[in-house]
Design a protein around this ligand. Structure first.
Ligand code: 5GP
Ligand code: MG
Ligand code: MG
Length: 179
């Protein structure tokens, strides 16, 4: 176990890079199978999903497109509940198979809001892949078809995920050490 300190908090390794990459590859394999003959549009939600999107896409072997959107809803270690607009979506998603690529689904509020907003643009299908899912925190009923890993309710950083904008660069996933 290695520890890192980010600002005022201490974190310890919980999912090493090698395990993350194995799990990401398994998701890619499933998507390749399920979307064979289609050309899905992957919509990665920045900033948190940048590493996941990058590693996932390296294993996608079907024709596809990837684009990036941004929104922000989280500060510090608890959800603020304020969800901002989706910005940067320039693609016409009407009639497309869209796969949203997220870093983590916690309460599910952010994802629900995204599904509602994207749904008004009449895609053929809206699908979700998330690197991490906290089933114990999910309060919104969501059909999450492709979750790479399920984790307990603890706050995590690394592999794209931040604590107060830091720690996204860490290659492993770390859990907050409760003091
Ligand atoms: P939700 O709306 O599902 O409650 O929260 C979604 C967003 O909250 C995620 O996209 C992520 O930005 C942030 N979030 C939720 N749990 C964690 C966590 O354990 N660590 C970090 N760094 N962010 C989290
Ligand atoms: Mg996110
Ligand atoms: Mg964040």
């Amino acid at each position: 176990m290695s520890r890192v300190t980010i600002k005022d908090k201490t974190f310890e390794t919980s999912i090493p890079e090698a395990e993350i990459l194995e799990r990401v590859k398994l998701v890619a394999d499933r998507i390749n199978k399920d979307f064979e003959g289609k050309t899905p549009l992957f919509l990665a939600v920045l900033n948190g999903s940048f590493m996941y999107a990058s590693d996932l896409m390296k294993h996608i072997t079907i024709p596809c497109e990837i684009s990036f959107v941004k929104l922000a809803s989280y500060q510090g270690v608890t959800s603020t509940g304020t969800i901002k607009e989706i910005i940067g979506l320039n693609e016409d998603i009407r009639g497309r198979e869209v796969i949203i690529v997220e870093d983590i689904v916690d309460t599910g509020a952010t994802m629900k809001r995204m599904l509602e907003t994207l749904g008004t643009r009449e895609p053929a299908g809206l699908h979700i892949t998330t690197l991490l899912l906290k089933p114990g925190k999910l309060t919104v009923p969501l059909n999450i078809e492709y979750a790479a890993m399920e984790i307990p309710n603890d706050f995590i950083v690394g592999y794209g995920l931040d604590y107060d904008q830091q720690g996204r660069n860490l290659r492993d996933i770390y859990t907050l050490v409760q003091e």
